[in-house]
Every structure is written in structure tokens, then in C-alpha cells.
Design a protein around this ligand. Structure first.
Ligand code: PEP
Ligand code: MN
Length: 345
């Protein structure tokens, strides 16, 4: 349930009500909105007495949260959440672009990609160091060596680093090097991993499972939010359907639908969503037009020789052109693509 405080509720009254919620065995999330403060009381509400909260000091009303996900819901927080790390921002009218290779392969590869995507206007660098591969015989990533190379690329460019973490044991290690932890599609329902990244102190990019419903995806986000980490971005990367002409089917209606249901930023991955580099630029601008808060795009110096996902990776010139088109589309719908400060470019 949501405890809506009066407009002029004092900090003492808010603290008192937070404590009352906790006494009832519920978790309290305090959200300071532009208009007023609300306290989300989440957990098993069976033993909680709504009436006893209603008469608390400074309380305006008690409203049930109808959606099965609570902290992620728009009902709880009508204002959009903006996730920000270094110069990367996503949400609340700002489109953030994350770009880079599928996997970190070498120092030369990741540094050249970082400089190229930065020049084109991206503010975050992607690159997998721990790779979830369908086959155990495929390249599994450079692991900690890859993380070190990503940190070097950040040092050289100032780009925020986004990279995947695959297991709870590696959360601390990855969080030591990365700015944003990615939970891949295959791990969307790995609940212990979700809890672990909820406590890692870094923003999280939560990819949609290829066969997950939107409700399951939002409940997965809820696991992270519930640990007290408010910086969650939802990433639509395509779902599995009967259609075979693309690697996955990329549903762009996810963007406006999620904007109705949740305050969390929505990022679109047109690379995994299509599986063909020639489809990526058009789906990227379509995503921006649909209101996406960000994009994550695979870019490689030489896609032909990439160790993973080369067929869906853009070359540097292709990415530059795609960025320019995204910027124009964002402007046309009164949004902006976030960029590095002029002095840094
Ligand atoms: C990736 O980002 O390279 C990746 C493996 O993505 P997904 O989890 O969406 O398949
Ligand atoms: Mn990939």
C-alpha cells in the first residue's frame, strides 16, 4: 500500500510513519515527489492494519497498490526515474546511448571502439567480459582481464562502463570495475543474482528474458529495487516468437506500455532485437520515436572478425550516422540525446 503524506507533512511525521510501517513487518520505501512525499509499504500485508496507519500524523490517505509489482509501479511514483552515472543519463526526457562491442576482445579493439562511439555521441561504453554463450565451446569472454580493459577505456574517454555480471560470486568483482551492471536475458529470473545487484551500489541494466512476460520482467526489477537500489533500467532486447526472419522479435510497443506501468527508464537493444546489422539503424531511430529513454547498440571496429555477434554489430561510420539520425528524431519529439560536455569531446 501507499501512505500518501499531507503536502506540509514534517520530516518528523515522515520518519514516524516510516517506523510504523517497519513495526508492521513491512519494508518502507520513502519517495519524495515534486508535490508530496509518499511511503510505499511493501511485503506481506496480511497482518498490517491499514486503519491504524490512516490515523497517523501527517497522513493524507492510504491507497492500495494494485499492480503485483509495487516499487516499480507508476502508481507509487508518478514522476519518471532518471538514471545517471558519469555523463550518461537515461529517463525523464533524456535519451542515453550505450555503444560498443558485444565482447571485449583486446586492448586495441576496446579502446578504438570507445573513442569511436564517444566521437559519435555515446556517453556509455558496452562490452562483455563475462559472456553468456549458448555453446560452451564459444568464446566465454576475457573475464577480469576484460574488466581491466574496460576500466582503461573509461580512464581514456570518460565513458561510463556497462558490462554483464553472470553470477552472485562475481558481483563484487564486476562492480569494482563497472559503472552499470548488466543482467542478461538468460539471468532475468536468477533471483539471488537480482538481490545481489540490488546491493551492489551501482545502477543496473535489466534485460528482458527472451520468453518473459512484461509482468515477470517488472517483478524481476522489483527484486533489485526492494534491496534499496533505485537505479534500474529496463532493457527490451527482443523476445522469442514463431518468426524466424530476425534473431528475436523486437516489440517497440513495450516502450509506451512500460511508460504507463512504471517510472523506470526503458532502453532498447536493436542489435540483439534484430540480429542483423542492416536492421539496426532503422530500429534505433524507431525506438527513439517510440519514446525510448536509451539505446544499447553493438559497434565493432571490424564486425566481420568479431568474436561474438559481428553480424549484428555496426561499423564506426554506420554508428555515427545512426547517432546523427537518433539526435534528429529525439529533437523532433522534444527530447534530447545526452552527450559528453563539449570540453571532453
Ligand atoms: C549482450 O548484451 O551481448 C547479451 C548477451 O545480451 P542478451 O542477454 O540480451 O542476450
Ligand atoms: Mn551480443
Amino acid at each position: 500500500m501507499i501512505i500518501v503524506m499531507e503536502k506540509n507533512a514534517t520530516p518528523e511525521q515522515i520518519a514516524h510513519m516510516t517506523e510504523r510501517v517497519q513495526q508492521l513487518g513491512l519494508k518502507a520505501h520513502v519517495i519524495h515527489g515534486t508535490e508530496r512525499t509518499v511511503i510505499a509499504a511493501v511485503g506481506d500485508e496480511r497482518g498490517a492494519k491499514k486503519e491504524s496507519l490512516e490515523v497517523g500524523p501527517g497522513v493524507a490517505e492510504i491507497v492500495p497498490i494494485l499492480a503485483p509489482y509495487k516499487v516499480a509501479s507508476r502508481e507509487l511514483k508518478p514522476d519518471p526515474t532518471q538514471v545517471q552515472v558519469l555523463d550518461f543519463k537515461a529517463g525523464a526526457g533524456v535519451v542515453g546511448v550505450i555503444a560498443g562491442p558485444c565482447s571485449v576482445e583486446s586492448e586495441e579493439q576496446i579502446l578504438s571502439a570507445a573513442h569511436a562511439v564517444k566521437r559519435a555521441g555515446a556517453t556509455a561504453l558496452r562490452g562483455g567480459a563475462f559472456k553468456p554463450r549458448t555453446s560452451p565451446y564459444s568464446f566465454q569472454g576475457l573475464k577480469e582481464v576484460g574488466l581491466k580493459l574496460l576500466a582503461l577505456a573509461r580512464q581514456e574517454t570518460g565513458l561510463a562502463v556497462v558490462t554483464e555480471v553472470m553470477s552472485t560470486e562475481e558481483v563484487e568483482l564486476v562492480a569494482n570495475y563497472a559503472d552499470v551492471l548488466q543482467i542478461g536475458a538468460r539471468n532475468m529470473q536468477n533471483y539471488r543474482l537480482l538481490e545481489a545487484v540490488g546491493n551492489c551500489g551501482r545502477p543496473v541494466l535489466l534485460k528482458r528474458g527472451a520468453s518473459a512476460t512484461i509482468e515477470e520482467w517488472l517483478l524481476a526489477a522489483e527484486y533489485i529495487l526492494n534491496e534499496g537500489n533505485p537505479n534500474v533500467m529496463l532493457c527490451e532486447r527482443g523476445i522469442r516468437t514463431f518468426e524466424g526472419h530476425t534473431r528475436f522479435t523486437l516489440p517497440l510497443a513495450t516502450v509506451p506500455y512500460l511508460h504507463r506501468k512504471t517510472h523506470l527508464p526503458v532502453i532498447i537493444d536493436p542489435s540483439h532485437g534484430t540480429g542483423h546489422s542492416y536492421l539496426v539503424p532503422d530500429m534505433a531511430i524507431a525506438a527513439v520515436a517510440a519514446g525510448a529513454d536509451g539505446l544499447i547498440i553493438e559497434v565493432h571496429p571490424t564486425p566481420e572478425t568479431a568474436m561474438s555477434d559481428g553480424y549484428q554489430s555496426l561499423t564506426f561510420p554506420q554508428f555515427e550516422e545512426t547517432m546523427a539520425r537518433c539526435i534528429r528524431v529525439a529533437e523532433a519529439i522534444d527530447k534530447s540525446v545526452c552527450t559528453m560536455p563539449v570540453a571532453a569531446t
